[in-house]
Design a protein around this ligand. Structure first.
Ligand code: G6P
Length: 535
């Protein structure tokens, strides 16, 4: 039954595949009332979790999800079809949907992670992949059922006129389905990934491509992390659906945003874009016009909200004793007087970890002066290991790291310190220690590591950053920007970063930290609610 404290339903609803809690099997405590071993709950991190806390405990809010954090199989089995215990969620009302495991697997692994993720990150090796056949059709039908389950639950939970924030590529059909069920709701969809350009997006079967776009256009707003992804989405709507996209100069709008001074000259436009990615829609309009999509009599506004790092949380958390302990252990492992190049990623195909290692190898080949004087700390945390291609990639990361160590290592110097066990406290310790951060994804919606390191770094850290990361729109001026495929150029940038004078490094780091924290999670979340309210 739906949660309904006042008989009126929830005012704010969040829907995402993964909910804001993770569970691990308790270590030997007394069994729970059901006689099963106890589960230990941990509240998830990330922008949405801290963002939602901005609306305060009194707002009637509910979070609808179909999966929980890592280590969750047992917890998912027990929680399916229920509300989680508020004691586990920090008081948050979280409803787990009851989705059949085979439907979930087809929707999450086979469509969301193997098709939609691949399209938006342009990961296919097209001579062989993708192949859209009858198996794909079955899986797509499961993806539709999974989206429909979300739409039904949201329709049940929502108060009249409530705000519904639907997240990511797992749930692109939800806005359209929900609009059918509840025309009164204000529905927004947020893409945390890049959006594919039309030529690549059209790899999808025509009807599926159209369904994806129609699904999102069922909402009042569609929002993205940078203007680049918003533009790509608008272009797909034009090319695939034949929708009308209005790129409205600010002066012609209906006053929904502050009128902006006229922007003249390249620098002024750049400044406007910088403002835009900090969440100012008025400046976005000045930089390139508001984006409004009109299709089949409906209007959907396109928004840009560049999620920033949570400075307050990071500064406080990174000074905790468990982080200090790990910092000491890392220092001991690296050895005194050595510089560090740090990367922290999930072993995700889009993160480009292997080319990062090859660039480090090239640095050692070309600049023997770094032998014994630099360590590449590479944290590559397992991700989506149900998929063979992810497991193979993880193995390749390991193989290349070992090969570098075998080629260049000496009894007292291990060039690559590879860690694969996820440990947030150790990631923060590495951020504190970093002389150089390497963030070189093939394509990335934003990349929060690029934003977190400058906030936590102690000595000031030089950032080598892929131009294909959304974060580059905000951090590009003070980072060393690279083409992620160009290993040679990445090696050069690593060298440049290592020899950067300390004063310059500290100054750039200071500016990076300012830009990185311009729109912290709570403001990012509220900006979306306000925008949904405004139009
Ligand atoms: C990354 C992406 C998000 C996505 C999430 C899903 O964090 O940036 O867009 O929602 O992965 O991760 P999962 O582990 O649930 O597949």
């Amino acid at each position: 039954m739906a949660f309904d404290p006042s008989g009126a339903g929830a005012r704010v609803l969040v829907a995402s595949n993964r909910g804001p809690v993770s569970y691990t099997l308790g270590d030997g405590g007394p069994p729970g009332p059901d006689g099963l071993p106890p589960l230990t709950a941990r509240r998830g991190g990330g922008g949405l979790v801290s963002g939602l806390s901005a609306i305060g405990p009194d707002a009637d809010a509910v979070w609808v999800c179909a999966a929980l954090g890592e280590g969750d199989r047992e917890a998912v089995r027990r929680a399916r079809g229920r509300y989680l215990d508020p004691a586990d969620t920090g008081g948050q009302r979280v409803r787990m949907l009851d989705i059949a495991p085979e439907t979930f697997t087809a929707a999450y692994n086979d469509i969301a992670n193997s098709v939609l993720w691949f399209v938006h990150h342009m990961l296919y090796q097209t001579p062989l992949d993708p192949v859209f056949d009858d198996r794909f059709r079955d899986r797509w039908a499961a993806y539709e059922r999974y989206n429909a389950a979300f739409a039904d639950a949201l329709a049940q939970e929502a108060a009249e006129g409530a705000f519904v924030l639907v997240q990511d590529y797992h749930l692109v059909l939800v806005p359209g389905m929900l609009r059918e069920l509840r025309p009164d709701l204000r529905i927004g969809h947020f893409s945390h990934t890049p959006w594919a350009p039309p030529d690549y997006f059209r790899l999808l079967p025509d009807d599926v491509a159209a369904q994806v776009l129609r699904g999102i256009l069922g909402g009042n707003r569609a929002a993205f992390l940078t203007r680049r992804w918003a533009d790509a989405f608008a272009e797909c709507c034009e090319r695939v659906l034949g929708a009308t996209v209005r790129r409205v100069p600010e002066q012609e709008t209906d006053g929904a945003a502050e009128p902006d001074a006229e922007v003249q000259g390249a620098e002024a436009v750049r400044e406007a874009i910088r403002e835009a990615v900090r969440g100012s829609e008025a400046a976005a309009a000045a930089a390139g016009g508001r984006l409004i999509v009109e299709f089949e009599g409906r209007t959907t506004r396109i928004g840009v909200h560049g999620l920033g790092a949570d400075a307050e949380f990071l500064r406080q958390r990174s000074r905790q004793p468990d982080v200090d302990e790990r910092l000491a252990a890392l220092r001991a492992q690296i050895g005194a007087g050595r510089k560090t190049i740090v990367r922290v990623d999930r072993t995700e195909l889009s993160k480009n970890i292997v080319r990062g290692l090859l660039a480090f190898r090239r640095l050692l080949e070309q600049h023997p002066q770094w032998h014994g004087r630099v360590v590449h700390i590479a944290f590559a945390y397992p991700s989506r290991q149900d998929l063979a291609v992810y497991r193979e990639y993880t193995e390749e990361v390991r193989r290349v790291a070992e090969e570098i160590n075998a080629t260049f290592g000496t009894p007292d110097w291990e060039p690559v310190a590879l860690h694969v066990k996820d440990d947030f406290a150790r990631s923060l310790a590495a951020y504190r220690l970093a002389d150089v951060a390497l963030v070189n994804p093939i394509r990335d919606g934003m990349n929060l590591v690029a934003k977190e390191v400058p906030v936590v770094s102690e000595a000031g850290c030089a950032l080598v950053l892929s131009r294909e990361a959304g974060a580059c729109a905000e951090l590009g001026e003070d980072a060393l920007v690279v083409n992620p495929y160009d290993v040679e150029a990445t090696a050069r940038a690593l060298h440049e970063a290592l020899v950067m004078p300390e004063g310059e490094r500290a100054e750039r780091n200071r500016r990076l930290a300012t830009a990185a924290t311009a729109l912290p999670p709570r403001d990012w979340f509220l900006a979306q609610l306000r925008a949904l309210d405004a139009g």
